[in-house]
Design a protein around this ligand. Sequence first.
Ligand SMILES: NC(=O)c1ccc[n+]([C@@H]2O[C@H](COP(=O)([O-])OP(=O)(O)OC[C@H]3O[C@@H](n4cnc5c(N)ncnc54)[C@H](O)[C@@H]3O)[C@@H](O)[C@H]2O)c1
Length: 351
Amino acid sequence: MIRVLLVGAGAMGQAWLEAVRDDPGVQLAGVVDLDLAAARRAAPGLPVGTDVTALAATTGADAVIDVTVPAAHHAVTTAALFAGLPVLGEKPVADTLARALSLVAAADVSGQLFMVSQSRRWNPQLFTLRAMTEALGPAHAVSTDFHRAPRFGGFREQMAQPLLVDMAIHAFDAARFLLDADPVAVTCQTWNPPWSWYAGDACAAAVFEMTTGARYVYHGSWCSPGAETSWNGEWRVSAEHGTARWDGDHDPAGPPVDASEGRYSGIGGALRVFAEALDSGVTPMGEVHGNVLSLAMVEAAVDSAAARGRPVLIDDVLARAHEQAVREESRADVREVLRGWTDVQAALQPA
Ligand SMILES: NC(=O)c1ccc[n+]([C@@H]2O[C@H](COP(=O)([O-])OP(=O)(O)OC[C@H]3O[C@@H](n4cnc5c(N)ncnc54)[C@H](O)[C@@H]3O)[C@@H](O)[C@H]2O)c1
């Protein structure tokens, strides 16, 4: 039995409470939120607090689930790791790539597992599409069309790049998983139509060059009423021996494959994988080292969009983030590890 502290009792925190409730191998030890009343509402009768380190000490919890706002991920997860607790964190790994690199180094220094729950990767249909992609031989292109018209209100409608930063990371991460490849460069344009209810750019078109030479093409919009796609978007894999397609909601269409590999689904799946990893000591998919390049895709796309579609190299984005991480790091032990990285891509290989 793993006793977890939930940090962040907001909208997504409620979904995580249910995932914890539904997993017989996991128990809630307490809830942390800056808003103590929200923490109390989330877990009547259980210990609550505003500080993860303090509540970890008084409850003797085994692990932390970090469901705070992205700007708090770095501070909360760093505190938990150095309090000796493994962490399962919501996407994005951090609000900036520099802070994501700091968390990679913090995981290395503390020796604790930090897994990012990129929940849309844990989808049995995506695992099937991946098996189909493998069966089709070398892919030359994968594409996602994502078109919806949600009215969220709140922070998303104020962000400069709501679609790229808040949503597209799921698709970018899934593309890496599908192709078993990493990004090399991107060219991206974003725009906002006159009728958009977002302050920032609600539409984006990006082409990524991947390490295999394949291109990943993303076209998305958050202000596209009518004929909406699924929340996963519509996918097409074009490869030497044929094509596979997925509407994001139903079983994909493509060559016959063994579909038994994808046993885990959504945040409940991520929680189970995290719990099993703590038990076995085996590094799980989603461990922070392997997740960071999905956030790098987002930052590179944002940079390219700011330069009106100029190609941006992932290595350049990583190098700049690394310099920033060293400059901003407040822990001497983490800074020393970051300073020792001569090749950021190599440092992102799982230990
Ligand atoms: N995987 C998905 O599909 C999905 C969907 C929605 C949100 N998310 C992610 O979940 C996370 C939370 O999003 P949300 O919609 O629940 O946000 P939210 O604003 O509803 O809730 C965040 C909570 O964190 C608390 N908080 C902020 N800073 C804190 C700190 N330093 N210590 C303790 N508590 C703190 C806030 O008081 C708030 O209660 C984000 O990273 C978001 O990207 C993921």
